[in-house]
Design a protein around this ligand. Sequence first.
Ligand code: AGP
Length: 664
Amino acid sequence: MPMCGIVGYAGTRPALGIVLDGLRRLEYRGYDSAGVAIVDGAELVACKRAGKLTNLEKAVADLAAGGADLAAGAVDRAGGGDRAGGGDRAGGGLATGTTGIGHTRWATHGGPTDRNAHPHRSADGRVAVIHNGIIENFAALQAELEAAGVELASETDSECAAHLLAAELAALEEGAPDQAIAVSGVPSSGAALAEAMRRVCRRLAGAFTLLAVDTAAPGVVVGARRDSPLVVGRGEGENYLASDVAAFIAHTREAVELGQDQVVTITADRIQVTDFAGNPTTGREYHVDWDASAAEKGGYDYFMLKEIAEQPRAVADTLRGRFTEAGGIALDEVRLTGQDLRNVDKIFIVACGTAYHSGLVAKYAIEHWTRIPCEVELASEFRYRDPVLDRSTLVVAISQSGETMDTLMALRHAREQKARVLAICNTNGSTIPRESDAVLYTHAGPEIAVASTKAFLTQLVACYLVGLHLAQVRGVKFADEVAAVVAQLEAMPGKVAAVLETMEPVRALGRELAAARSVLFVGRHVGYPVALEGALKLKELAYMHAEGFAAGELKHGPIALIEEGTPVVCVVPSPAGRGVLHDKLGSNLQEVRARGARTIVIAEEGDDAVVPYADHLVRVPATPTLLAPLLTAVPLQVLACEIAVARGHDVDQPRNLAKSVTVE
Ligand code: AGP
């Protein structure tokens, strides 16, 4: 199941609260259903519910309080039978077990129901599994299981993994149990579960993160990953597994990044990693540099509001440490040599959604500064159009989460064609940077809201840095020219903060527009991608039709959409830049106004030419043309957010969406 939240715990404390708290921090990854499985001695209790995490928390509270069994499929007990082993407490070991796994789901195979929620259990009840990703060969596996007499309880691909694991465990226990590689410090039953996991993983096609627990291996959680995120949290006398460090950061900031096709076994005091063949290996240890509070709302009603407000610091943090004393660019962390960069004769930027829009802005800057042709492609289209790539091509993959499957597959295609791949990413330890030749991390901090805001601005900053770095290394810009742009960039955090100070009229306008049927966005040059981004924000947050256009395109058709009162947002370029652009957008403003449009104009302070055509005028500080999107995007974020709030939507978790789209 793609785009899900996954948590595992093995330690000495009761696992339930730790797992539920972890799920709460991952709910943004998918919230169609949720479930937990807790092992206490030889007893396994699983509880799962459709809907948001609060439904599960209520079910668990009822269960722990000895409430009656909940809706069929919501509560499973096993101790080798259907009934809870051990005591006859209604909640069984739910509240006391110190080993557990948990899952929040974004539904693909099978609707968001109790039965399709994770965890899924083997027929004998001894194994519970949670899964993120898609098992592409599950139909064949399902047929094999049904032929063997297994009765599937759900419509999901994930359930197959539970039955396959149980079958492998049975085979191991019937055969020579020592076939399972005994691993020091892990109970032999844990080694058996790990070996069974390796055998199952070798049979799966597709992308997956799997976690499993086994009543025969109390104190052990086994995980596996291919093309889907899984990170280890190393604690004191306890260890964690999760799809994102946010799940365990309240307990430890020491993390271990796992590589492709790896199986990890955790107990209270051991972390063992092997490849799918069983060869011991290690993950990359790293320290997570933000704390639990950063992943909280910090007093804002929504994560999105907090993240909009964090943009000045996010921009400053992404710039920090990347300049020389002389005002040049210093990107030593980017593992591409000067020669690699001088060899580049073509650039492709591949990304999705908001990240794609940041790439569209980057194109203008990179081509202007470096004179290298730069194409921007939707990642989901890129590899299917058979692009012309070779060793002199630089592919820049932009991704906040670092797990977007479309973007991952695009960069894999690029590498197969021998192109160099540079990732721009906000998530340390994620898959896209790991599979790229080099990475430039944005430092936006955790972006929890599904609608991307601070990640967008920091992606722009990272793209500007890459463009200037290329120009500097290739000598197409003198040091003083680079230093001049660097000085402009260093002023941007303050200018973003200045824009945020003047957003009250935009919020008021948002409340007025909440009843609008549609909003159009127009811009020219770098204002055009900003128009696209403004439209995307409105679509995904307010569920309102919105469309972004190049202003010059209006007269070629879209202007027919204008009727009395149609709201049209116009992103006006600086008059100090290419004046012709400014004047032409002025004409476009008049065109739409003459047809009854309600114009909302984003323009620089001092630009008085637009005043006669603006029903609403939003000012931003004067800024060089290429850097203006860092400012003009902010009112559009605020507008969309306010309209969504006025419409009563869940701003952080818009319907049908999830934060990380790990399915193609
Ligand atoms: C943006 O508001 C959306 N949430 C979405 O378009 C997002 O930008 C896109 O899915 C790409 O995600 P990524 O940056 O994590 O790769």
